[in-house]
Ligand binder design. Sequence first.
Ligand SMILES: NC(=O)c1ccc[n+]([C@@H]2O[C@H](COP(=O)([O-])OP(=O)(O)OC[C@H]3O[C@@H](n4cnc5c(N)ncnc54)[C@H](OP(=O)(O)O)[C@@H]3O)[C@@H](O)[C@H]2O)c1
Length: 397
Amino acid sequence: MASMPPSPLIRKRLAILGSTGSVGSQTLAVVEALTRAGHAFSVVALAAGKNLELLAAQAQRFQPKLIAIERAKDLSKLRRLVGTFWSGEIVVGEEGLIAAATHPDADLIVNALVGALGLIPTLEALKAKKIVALANKESLVIGGHLVHGVQSKRSLIPIDSEHSALFQLMHSLHPSEIERIILTASGGPFRTRPLDSFAQITVAEALQHPTWQMGKRITIDSATLVNKAFEVIEAHWLFDLPYEKISVLIHPQSVVHGLVELTDGSILAHLSTTDMKLPIQYALTYPERVPSSVARLDLVKQKLEFAPVGRERYPAFWLVCEAGQRGGTFPAVANAADEVFVQRFLKNEIPFVGIARGIERVLAEHEGVPTPALEEILEADRWARQRASEFPPNSLS
Ligand SMILES: NC(=O)c1ccc[n+]([C@@H]2O[C@H](COP(=O)([O-])OP(=O)(O)OC[C@H]3O[C@@H](n4cnc5c(N)ncnc54)[C@H](OP(=O)(O)O)[C@@H]3O)[C@@H](O)[C@H]2O)c1
């Protein structure tokens, strides 16, 4: 067998938005691993919210030129925490996120922010001709058409594992070869639970994700499969494919992350162990692929199962997919309503089944705007949050 050519030295300057979060801190771990492997990665900007201790430690370790934080009142505390170890610029709020996303010295912007606030930095980074490695799915879920309007070919690299898988599979394909793409979903903890016991689901049960370790909202969104519906919307914009060409299959083992069915009936699949460091590394090194320390998949031990997504078991998935197809402000409303109902479920205010019921009620009341401007999207988001917080718990049981 021919020996592998040595991987080329990669030089990149990063801005990492949401550096203290799950994806953000794993990104910095990947940067460290790539640096140890001899690649030249530098971090020119970091942006985070309230976790000042971790942010200060990251500043000390990576010496960015700029740090963005959420609140002005934290400025002096952050200065105290970094002491004499770091002395760069600190910018606050949305202005800070934009400054990090458009930093003149950064060539790759990792957007690992959570929620709707990720949209504006994505838009600004793309307008500034940066490459964006995107974990913040809300950018495409709520503002897909706006992002589509400013992106250029290969200016968005997905970090979400399913989209990374599909991005890699479709890389060398012509659109005319693609019959459909298939995203996989683990099915969450209630894949086999009797439907007549869904009313008794507890918060602790819903937070038990079978394969991935993630934050609370995304874990609940994985149990309702709303997260997968967001990924369908994300895929629609990312790959410029009509919804008819995007399918989802339950695949409990989470080993196959994406499939592409070709017009001749062949199916290409992407398989790997479940470790976010792999899609993160690919987004950082793209278009190169370099070795990683991620655990190897033992194919002999795998049993691969696939099943359709049932409407009765996963009503919220279908509601959010339909909101995606309706387009305009509907996906933003679905996202905002889901966020509020998930929080209300986590506080034991509404039952698990109330999440889907609530989303359905808020979507039914919404008068959509077909091709909304940014302010109309943000207004729809505000309206949906308000409305979702108003439904009395007994109306959602
Ligand atoms: N986690 C996963 O495995 C995974 C996989 C695929 C896709 N995603 C997507 O990736 C995105 C990030 O997910 P995550 O799990 O990494 O979220 P997370 O752990 O909650 O991290 C969110 C980050 O955003 C920061 N942030 C929040 N509000 C902010 C504000 N107002 N200003 C500045 N920074 C703010 C947080 O800062 P503080 O913590 O300092 O407040 C934190 O650094 C989401 O869209 C998610 O759906 C996640």
